[in-house]
Design a protein around this ligand. Sequence first.
Ligand SMILES: *Cc1c(COP(=O)(O)O)cnc(C)c1O
Length: 393
Amino acid sequence: MNRNLDANHIVKLLKHGTNQPGEVIPLHEPSLTGKEWQYVKDCLDKGWVSSVGEYVNLFEKKLAQYTGARHAIAVVNGTAALHLGLKIVGVEYGDEVLLPALTFVATANAVHYCGAVPHFIDSDMDTLGIDPKKLDDYLKEITVQKNGCSYNKKTMRPIKALIAVHTFGHPADLDSIHTVCNKYHLDLIEDAAEALGSYYKQKHTGNWGKLSVLSFNGNKIITTGGGGAILTNDTGVAEIAKHVSTTAKIRHRWEFIHDQIGYNYRLPNINAALGCAQIEQIDQFINKKRSLAEKYRQLFKNVTGITFFREPAYARSNYWLNTLILDEKYTASRDSLLEATHEQGILTRPVWTLMNKLDMFQNCPHMDLSIAESLEQRMINIPSSSKLGGEDG
Ligand SMILES: *Cc1c(COP(=O)(O)O)cnc(C)c1O
């Protein structure tokens, strides 16, 4: 049975919620209203624009302070951070890495960059993250343990790591996921690209994994133009991350000795200058985003067939992207809603196509993905820029 939602009514609610009459309303745009000009000008005036400089060190310090992680290592983007992170935990050619089918393509691409095979797992309806119970049952069935490592019984490849994604800024169930990772000897990496400013049980996301990853792309909660970071509480991991992201060069006044394959992944100082200005405003951004989310929640409270997705009970989310979920019987209304909103300049968006449906990953192993498949058909992201939110938070 398929029923249609009243698209005009939904458009009206979104117009009311965003309150920008006559304008095109992007899904997410950066807010550059702090000291961005001042700090970037300072870089230009002093000539420190590249991979060495005060701002990149300061930005790392501020990221560590804000997230409570012991170390932050700034890199060129979130994808590079994932690639480097997987290398650091020891993912190698022919390994498998578990990750949700419901994620942005960068998570799966980074696994492929290591010569490893992405293995897709299902999501949880209440968190939009990995379902730890379903994962545990699945791993019980498909893995065999040997010398403290899990092997995929079918492919006999080692399953080395798991990447937990905090979808749209909503923290996955980290305690339970951590427990499953320990049980099956998997290194946990948190893809917290969307989750700066999101807390799991009072503690900032990014502190459960061996390391975790942030992104400062133009559409993320704060931006450096392009940028990313690795967070870790392990000093050894932090040292390797810094070393390998700067071409693995041994410190010397003139010799060029590199002790392993390294990467040119260091975030340039001029980008970090933007980041320093942005992170000074993050509390304000998140207050506004949370107040926008609350406004949407009220507006959609009594709308039949649509649920505004709320943070899990254990979480305090940044509400990076606000999300509507259609009831199953209204699935067929999704495209007409996308069309009606775009026609009115409200740039809504469906969720990503599941990774296992993309050509390059279609032959990768995956578990039953019924929840992710259902969510894929029914989710719509709605405009979420912080400037749309009120000051009160
Ligand atoms: C944005 C994003 C990334 C990649 O970050 P970039 O900085 O764009 O490379 C990775 N994972 C998720 C979940 C993201 O949203």
